[in-house]
Ligand binder design. Structure first.
Ligand code: 6PG
Length: 522
């Protein structure tokens, strides 16, 4: 690499070289950056040493181990140059410990780029703590797992705008590139906005992962399709149509086809439990769920997907429940329409599955973006949604090019989305209306067959109730008024804004004990 084409930061300090940090170290070194790293885990250090030795591209000599924070900082010291640190560590206490360890050696202008999945409130707390001394803390979401960390991840940095400008050339170089070669990184905004965007990404990811798993199961258990056949379907979905260039569908192809050294499918023996929420090792989806409730944004696809994960985690408990339900339910074959022409009806049902999956993916995006929009309005972050969609075009888990194109057009016309539901945008309404019949058919057939469709059915209901002007909540409102005098508005009183109603009816007057004695308990 020519010198004038070289890295803006010639050295950086890496803290945490586990699967993500180790791969990012190799990536940055490939771009010519000298990496000095510290990680208290001997295992992580040894793994990175081995990876660096085998990486080729002459990166080994650029990746240098340091024994503690002091050595790390000394190795980066250069006159008049700010030091850049990259974190890739567990969130919470570990992040605090790392800042504390570095603090004595930090000086004005130094930048910590926290590429971990940190909670946005921790990010903002550390920013407030460090900024008075001129030390910048950028909360940078990094997506795409360790493969993208090695090859170029999707990145969402947020914090002090001057510091962001300093790191952007470096980030643009190392980030994933979309199909037009544009980097999947952009300055998000102030404070914890970068980590917040990543949190929302993970919530969307959670909804999408449930949906793709549900659809895979229906094909395998209820349509009797072999893994290879499912892989071929995923491949065709990923090639064109509404699931075009979708990361989760594309990795599904490899997962369905992978065989171990004995020729057995690896997937066959994978237990059906997702535990990173239950064991507190990750579970950033929890934060999105908490946020959507806190901000009063309905996100049933994301929330239900989370409950599904939680429900799956303790398999031994499920075995006990299974016994008490005398074996529980067993999925059966789905009854396909036109059984005299099974091939055709199976093809039609698979087409329904494709559109049901698309609708659930799109609603996961919409729910995540609604959370973001609500938070943006509260915090005055002034987020640029087209830029955020751009970040999600490459290197990340929720990459879905058809959906990104659709949303990009929506955000191109800001008036359409300024203050309201994305579901009210005509192009999104058209897409979901078209997919609705397929989604409904899939949910109906799956329920008949005792398949598991938590995220698909939650999405169906979400679309239904979001577009309805006649909901059962009419009765809920009356009951709330009955026992709590919560008030209601009349149907004749306009569209019905989310504010307390003006009417109360004494459905049953409150009675004292004396009243009971006087006559009857009613
Ligand atoms: C990514 C992923 C990743 C996340 C895991 C686990 O974008 O690469 O979102 O950051 O840690 O997917 O997700 P949970 O935190 O939801 O368990």
């Amino acid at each position: 690499m020519a010198k004038n084409d070289g890295p803006e930061f010639e050295k950086l300090g890496m803290i945490g070289v586990g699967s993500m940090g180790g791969m990012m170290s190799l990536l940055y070194a490939e771009y010519g950056v000298e990496i000095h790293y510290y990680d208290p885990s001997e295992e992580n250090v040894n793994k990175l040493r081995e990876y660096a030795r085998n990486a080729g591209h002459n990166v080994d000599h650029l990746i240098v181990h340091q024994n503690d924070y002091k050595e790390l900082c000394e190795s980066l010291e250069a006159p008049n140059e700010p030091k850049l640190f990259v974190f890739s560590i567990p969130h919470g206490a570990v992040g605090d410990e790392s800042v504390k360890g570095l603090r004595p050696y930090l000086k004005k202008g130094d930048i910590i780029l926290d590429c971990s999945n940190e909670h946005w409130t921790n990010t903002e707390r550390r920013q407030k703590d460090l900024e008075p001394d001129g030390i910048h803390y950028i909360g940078c979401g990094v997506s795409g797992g360790y493969q993208s960390a090695r090859h170029g991840p999707s990145m969402s940095p947020g914090g002090n705008s001057e510091a962001l400008q300093k790191v952007m050339p470096f980030l643009q170089r190392v980030a994933a590139k979309d199909k037009q070669g544009r980097p999947c990184v952009t300055p998000i905004g102030p404070g914890g906005s970068g980590h917040y965007v990543k949190m929302v990404h993970n919530g969307i990811e959670q909804g999408m992962m449930s949906a793709v798993a549900e659809v895979w199961y229906i094909m395998n258990r209820c349509l009797g399709m072999e893994y290879d056949e499912i892989a071929n379907i995923f491949e065709s979905w990923n090639a064109k149509g509404p699931l075009r260039d979708n990361f989760l569908v594309s990795i599904g192809i490899d997962i369905n086809r992978s065989k171990d050294k004995d020729g057995n499918y690896v997937l066959t023996n994978v237990q059906d439990k997702v535990v990173q929420d239950a064991d507190d090792s990750e579970g950033t989806g929890i934060w999105t769920c908490t946020e959507t409730i806190r901000l009063h944004v309905p996100s049933p696809t994301i929330l239900t997907a989370h409950s599904f994960r939680l429900g799956s985690a303790d398999r031994s408990q499920r075995l006990a429940v299974n016994k008490s339900f005398n074996g529980g339910t067993q999925p059966s074959k789905i009854k396909l329409a036109g059984s005299d022409d099974n091939t055709k009806s199976k093809t039609a049902f698979i087409n329904d599955l494709q559109h049901a999956l698309f609708a659930t993916f799109l609603c996961s995006f919409i729910q995540g973006l609604h959370i973001l929009k609500r938070m943006d309005a509260q915090q005055s972050w002034n987020l640029d949604y087209r830029n955020i969609i751009q970040i999600w075009r490459g290197g990340c888990i929720i990459q879905s090019d058809y959906i990104s194109d659709l949303l990009d057009h929506v955000f191109e016309q800001p008036n359409e989305t300024d203050d309201g539901s994305l579901l009210s945008v005509a192009s999104i309404g058209d897409e979901l209306s078209q997919a609705f019949t397929s989604l409904k058919n899939v949910v109906l057939r799956s329920i008949e067959a005792d398949a598991y469709v938590p995220s698909l059915s939650a999405t169906l209901e979400y679309i239904k109730y979001s577009a309805s002007t006649d909901l059962p909540t009419q009765f809920m409102e009356a009951e709330l008024d009955f026992f709590g005098a919560h008030n209601y508005d009349l149907k004749s009183e306009g569209p019905g804004k989310p504010v307390k109603g003006r009417h109360h009816y004494e459905w049953r007057p409150a009675r004292g004990i004396v009243d009971d004695e006087r006559g009857g308990g009613k």
